[in-house]
Structures are given as C-alpha cells and as structure tokens.
Design a binder for this molecule. Structure first.
Ligand code: OOG
Ligand code: MG
Length: 254
C-alpha cells in the first residue's frame, strides 16, 4: 500500500468510527500536493461506499478561524452527501470524535464555475445563498494538527446544515450573524469576516477546485468558511445560526 492510501485509510476509519488518531506529520513536512492527494483518497473511500459529491468547503477564510487554529493559508475540502444534515433535525454525537460548530454562509450553483473568475462572474453562477452551520470534527486528538495534516483530513469536514435558500442579489457583503447554543449567543460576527466579502471565498473555491481538475458543478454547494471561531458542542444542545436578512438554521445534538 502506498503511504497516501495508508494514511487515507486511517483517516477514513477514524471518521467512520468517531475515534481519534495520532498526528502523522507533526512537523508539517508533507507538501500541500501530497496532503491534497491524501484528501482525495479519503473522499474516494466515501464515494466507493456510494456517497455522492455535493460540493466543496473553504477553510481559514476568516481571521477568527486563522487565529483560533494558528494557520493562515486558505484551504479547501470536499463535501459528500453523507455530510449533509437536515435542518432542524437531531443527530447523534457518537458519530463524531469531538465536534465543533461554526456559522457560515453557503452558495448553491446554477452553472459550473471554474478557473480565474471575477466576483461578478462568480455571482452570475449562484442560484441562491443560505445561512449555514458547519460541524467540524478533527480526526486528530484535541484538534491539533499541522497544515498538511488538516488538508489530508478533508479540512475537518464532518457535517453541514443549510438554512433557507435566499435571493443572491441582495447585498450579502456584511450581514450580521450569531452562533447560538440553547438560544444563548456564543459568537457574534459578520459575513464581511470572510475575506472582506463572502464572494471572494467562492472565487477562491472556483480556482482551487479547477486546479485540482474538479471544477465546481451545477447544483454544488460551496461553504464559504467559518465567520467566527468554532465552539465545542455537546449532546443535549440545540445549535443555531441567525443571519441578518437570510434567517436561521439549526440542529440538535443528542
Ligand atoms: C479546519 C477547517 C476550517 C473553516 O471554516 O475555516 C474551516 C478546522 O478548523 O479544523 O472549516
Ligand atoms: Mg468551516
């Protein structure tokens, strides 16, 4: 077995069993290319079990996330249908190692999008935007990892919840938002935290996905990245995002 397959298998099993593994590259020696090759192999394990690709997620697109995790490069990961959690539903904590949740904004595309595109070109491919939550779950113990390690672990992708799809033609450059746990405000932020404008995150997604020969497809979802730091979440909590003009999305952890 190649090293790529070996590490990918370990990461995939850790995600399936909800059990942590140790860091395999604590000094961060692996190249980004090798790290993304492992990520691609991890996602192929899911696809081999019948899961469909449904989009991409962006990571470290806000300063709050960069500071929280101590990394400053924008990264991306692959979303599969098994990660989508029905809005308002309850999910069992046992599927996670130790989850965190962060408020995001999601795009859904009405056309393919690839390469070096401008903001207006990216917007022209957007069918709708929605308030969203991402549940991240590092397969490494205590969410400690180097840049290549988190990339290999599919950028900690674990679950996502999408709220009401809204008209993308409103000005969504600076919408206030809160992350709430059991109705209590835990984090306060704005969509402007995402590279100054969330559309920039979509522009970056179009470029990075095309560079990996996986151009963004019609119908795909793009998660723009956490607008605030992520919070630990526990069984018994109802976690939600409230976004100015776009509405809310939530789920229960049981
Ligand atoms: C890595 C994933 C980053 C985001 O929105 O910035 C991410 C992590 O924080 O574990 O999803
Ligand atoms: Mg995220």
């Amino acid at each position: 077995m190649s090293q790529v397959t070996e590490i990918a298998t370990l990461l995939d099993q850790a995600a399936r069993n909800g059990t942590a593994i140790g860091q395999f590259d604590p000094e961060g020696h692996l190249s980004l290319e090798q790290a993304y090759a492992i990520q691609s192999a991890v996602v192929k394990c899911r696809e081999a079990r019948g899961e469909r690709r449904v989009g991409v997620k962006m990571g470290f697109t806000s300063r709050a996330k960069m500071l929280q995790m101590g990394l400053s490069d924008v990264i991306w990961g692959r979303l599969t249908e098994g990660m989508q959690i029905e809005e308002g539903s309850a999910i069992d904590i046992s599927r996670f190692v130790r989850p965190r949740c962060e408020p995001e904004i999601a795009f859904i595309l009405k056309k393919p999008l690839a390469g070096n595109v401008t903001g207006p070109q990216a917007l022209a491919a957007v069918e709708a935007i929605a308030p969203a939550l991402e549940i991240i779950d590092s397969r490494y113990k205590d969410f400690r990892f180097t840049l290549p390690e988190v990339i290999a672990d599919n950028a900690s992708s674990s679950g996502f919840v999408i709220g009401p799809w809204c008209d993308p033609h409103i000005d969504f450059s600076n919408l206030g938002l809160t992350l709430n746990i059991n109705g209590r405000v835990m984090q306060v932020g704005s969509t402007a935290a995402l590279l100054g404008h969330p559309l920039r995150s979509l522009v970056a997604a179009a470029r990075l996905a095309a560079e990996a020969n996986e151009p963004l497809q019609e119908g795909w979802i793009v998660m723009a990245g956490g607008a605030t730091s992520a919070d630990w979440i526990e069984a018994g909590q109802y976690i939600s995002v409230d976004m100015e003009r776009l509405g809310s999305a939530g789920f229960r952890l049981s």
